[in-house]
Design a protein around this ligand. Structure first.
Ligand code: ATP
Length: 246
């Protein structure tokens, strides 16, 4: 028997001000402690989906017009960002949004304000440094001086400081060399092994399908394909259109 999914999205519709509908009825779910890949071309609605789950749509001028999002059964589609964080859902948005003038340490500390206790924060910090030793080496440097890959790690590390039940990752491999992408993939697997469910939005379909259990392909605001990641990786459509094996 399947336990209740930690995230359930049903028939979700999202509109941005002065723009077309970005999500046109998306349904998907994230198994407890699972890894779900969300694939699709530019503009398919992947980032919009993560913003809807994390309650940050409003900051981008977007609104949920219909449908539901449930966290462990509880409807949250009207929650704001801090209420979602309090539910244990942390979002590492696209574009390495770190605080450039703060040190690595202070960036992580800022992420740790969501932690339940000082003890939990200290443990989360040790865990982040264990996952990303380079962040420990550079803990006193300004985040703005880090390489792109290091800033990406910091963005993920900051989300991990909240000891998330669900981690939402938007394009963590964007602009990274293959070796660093591989490291990010390993870290996702490791985070998941420790009990965190992960929603992984990726243009790098090969990497995402390797680490995910389930995958959903978005096309123009709708789910066009879904299934076990390993099965999807074997379909002609996914191979031709997303794995560049056509
Ligand atoms: P990308 O990888 O390019 O971010 P995506 O799959 O994440 O693509 P979204 O960014 O979710 O797609 O965009 C879905 C649709 O919503 C697109 O038509 C896009 O132009 C529109 N959109 C996204 N963000 C905004 C915004 N802040 N204001 C208005 N329209 C937006």
């Amino acid at each position: 028997v399947d336990a209740q999914p930690v995230v359930e999205v049903e028939d979700l519709r999202v509109t941005y001000a002065r723009s077309v509908q970005a999500l046109r009825g998306v349904s998907l779910w994230v198994p407890r402690k699972g890894v779900v890949a969300v694939l699709g071309n530019n503009g398919a609605g992947k980032s919009t989906l993560l913003r809807a789950i994390s309650g940050t749509l409003g900051q981008e001028g977007g609104t949920v017009t219909d449908g539901s999002i449930r966290l462990a059964g509880r409807p949250v589609e009207r929650y704001g960002p801090s209420a979602i964080v309090a539910e244990g859902v942390l979002h590492a948005p696209e574009g390495r949004r770190v605080f450039g003038t703060l040190t690595v340490e202070d960036n992580l500390r800022a992420g740790g304000t969501a932690a339940r206790s000082r003890r939990a924060r200290a443990e989360a910090g040790e865990r982040v440094y264990a996952l990303f030793p380079v962040l420990y080496e550079r803990r006193r440097q300004r985040a703005g001086l880090l390489s792109g890959g290091e800033q990406q790690m910091l963005a993920i590390g900051r989300a991990l400081m909240g000891s998330p039940r669900v981690l939402l990752l938007d394009e963590p491999s964007l602009g990274l060399a293959p070796l660093l992408t591989e490291r990010i993939a390993e870290v996702i697997t490791e985070i998941n092994r420790e009990g965190t469910a992960v929603v992984l939005v990726e243009q790098n379909a090969a990497m995402a399908l390797r680490v995910a259990d389930l995958a959903f392909v978005l096309e123009a605001g709708r789910v066009s394909l879904q299934g076990r990641a390993a099965d999807l990786a074997g379909t002609t459509e996914v191979r031709d259109r997303y794995l560049g094996m056509g």
